[in-house]
Write a protein that binds this ligand. Sequence first.
Ligand SMILES: C[S@@+](CC[C@H](N)C(=O)[O-])C[C@H]1O[C@@H](n2cnc3c(N)ncnc32)[C@H](O)[C@@H]1O
Length: 237
Amino acid sequence: MISENETVSCYDTHAEAYDLYQSQVVPGYLEMIDLVAEAAHRYLPREPWIIDLGCGTGNASMAILKKIPAKVFLIDGSKRMVRTAVEKISCAYPGAIIGSRVADLSGDDWDEGLGDGAYDAIVSTLVLEHLSFDRYKVAIEKCVRRLVKGGWLLAAEGYAEDGSDMQEWFFQEMEARRLTVDPALSDFVAGLRNDLETHYYTSKVEKAGWWREAGFSEVNVLWQYLCIALMAGRKPS
Ligand SMILES: C[S@@+](CC[C@H](N)C(=O)[O-])C[C@H]1O[C@@H](n2cnc3c(N)ncnc32)[C@H](O)[C@@H]1O
């Protein structure tokens, strides 16, 4: 665990409860994960090499592996999250994991030794919104470097748009769904997230601009559920 990062320590603390909470409480979560897998199926070559950036418990990788054979490299700041992801994936898809590491995505060395132009895709679901804007820009530049020509970044994040109540609506819906989960678990996870998680939100237009500045083309939104959207961008061939 990267102890000084409160957001990461929050996830490290509730790694075991994560899947239940996420699937039942976060609106659109399973649909988003499914569409990441659909996009991998549609856009990637046979047996692609993929980095799961901020892998959490490995749900995006699991969904992709259910659809296509692939090799995945798992990265997250939380040791417990990485351990859970490794256990889940290696049990269901032996041989699919080509590496894993605990690393801070807001730091400079999380991609050390990963190889230039080595990966067909980088998938990142509900992670990049935790990076401050300057670190976000550095992280996506690193993503461009690690991708093969024609490789894809598929990233789902929360967005904030001026003149829209979609964030408020989303959080109200999440609060209503919390009532469907065991109150002890729900209060525990929600309390942690309220106290420790930091988000940096801006608009899709602004982030798409940063993706283009970093070197991505074909930048488009593939899916959106209220304030959460899945964006795709391609490293030019
Ligand atoms: C909402 S979870 C998403 C996990 C997974 N991608 C999924 O869709 O279920 C956010 C994840 O980002 C990780 N994370 C947040 N900030 C990070 C940072 N600076 N460095 C590395 N991991 C980070 C957390 O540890 C957590 O596993």
